[in-house]
Design a binder for this molecule. Structure first.
Ligand SMILES: Nc1ncnc2c1ncn2[C@@H]1O[C@H](COP(=O)(O)OP(=O)(O)OP(=O)(O)O)[C@@H](O)[C@H]1O
Length: 294
């Protein structure tokens, strides 16, 4: 998918299983919104193929519309329309909408139901957009940065809603910059950079697939770290970072901890404050996409 000379999405390939939550992560400008808008039928790719619920998002737009909920990154409502009117209008377009009052209550929109869209705060606009996306009971939901600008309460309310929809069999594809959100919500994560998928898996698989986890412990200064390294698997590093403070970097599993404690026992050393630090999804994301600003 190109915009003039800019190639925004470049041979990106991914599948989404029904009834799951998929998160698309990537640095700014990676091509997430372009990908999602292509699936929504708002952009026509110059090459490649896109199928949404087995259909073409542009040619079959009329068939797909009742089954697909869309939350855009911004906008989506007329600037002068009142929040409650907008939601009722959206509900009226669907055969079996959710109860609008319950949804308004659930997303904390009750107090601003008669406020024009343009006067809503950024977070209230986000919540209204989410309500508009789900009110028609879609089978498939596209959420582009659904919790950007939301306070913690609204973020948790959004997560609970997405989680409940998954339980009801709804498929959700979302983009986010919050790694914790992707870890908390999604079954599958795709990391996108420069218009391509560079890593995929469950949040736990991705976090574990990266560089080493670490074990930290304290003991008397001056332990023979070379001898400890010999006892541990080949690609494990041991460093005494400050006197008496040791860091082991490598594939941390129960076997490594057992080797460490038996090595210490053989030396007559008591290892204290043993702490296993696992790599997070954010660590892995930064490892894959680098730390340079985009
Ligand atoms: N309408 C457009 N015209 C020209 N270039 C565009 C247009 N929309 C996006 N781009 C460019 O395409 C690339 C991908 O943009 P896109 O919005 O898909 O990224 P993104 O991953 O969603 O970014 P962000 O995290 O900042 O929202 C960027 O280089 C962007 O500048």
């Amino acid at each position: 998918m190109r915009y003039g000379a800019v190639t925004a999405v470049d041979g990106l390939s991914l599948d989404v299983s029904p009834g799951t939550v998929t998160a698309i992560l990537g640095p700014n400008g990676a091509g997430k919104t372009t990908t999602i808008e292509t699936c929504e039928g708002f952009r026509r790719p110059q090459s490649g193929s896109v199928r949404v619920l087995g259909l073409d998002p542009i040619a079959d737009a009329a068939t797909l519309r009742p089954a697909v909920g869309v939350m855009l990154q911004s906008g989506g409502a007329w600037s002068g329309v009142r929040a409650g009117e907008m939601l009722r209008h959206m509900a009226s377009l669907h055969a079996h909408p959710l109860d609008v009052d319950a949804l308004v209550e659930r997303l904390g929109l009750g107090a601003c139901g008669s406020t024009p869209y343009r006067r809503l705060s950024g977070g209230q606009q986000q919540r209204l957009s989410l309500a508009m996306a789900v009110v028609g009971r879609p089978r498939l939901l596209f959420l582009d940065e659904p919790t950007a600008g939301l306070d913690p309460q609204a973020r948790h309310a959004t997560w609970d809603l997405v989680d409940e929809l998954r339980t009801a069999g709804v498929t959700t594809v979302l983009t986010t910059h919050f790694m914790h959100e992707a870890e908390a919500l999604s079954d599958v994560v795709h990391i996108v950079d420069a218009g391509r998928v560079i890593a995929s898996g469950t949040p736990a698989e991705l976090a574990e697939s990266g560089a080493k986890n670490t074990v930290r412990f304290t003991a008397r200064p001056g332990l023979d770290v070379i001898d400890l390294m010999r006892a541990l698997p080949d690609d494990t590093k041991v460093d005494e970072q400050q006197p008496g403070h040791y860091v082991i970097a490598g594939h941390v599993d129960p076997g490594l901890l057992a080797t460490l404690t038996s090595w210490c026992a053989a030396q007559g050393v008591l290892a204290e404050s043993v702490l296993v630090e696992r790599q997070t999804l954010e660590d892995r994301f930064l490892e894959l996409t680098g730390k340079a600003l985009r």
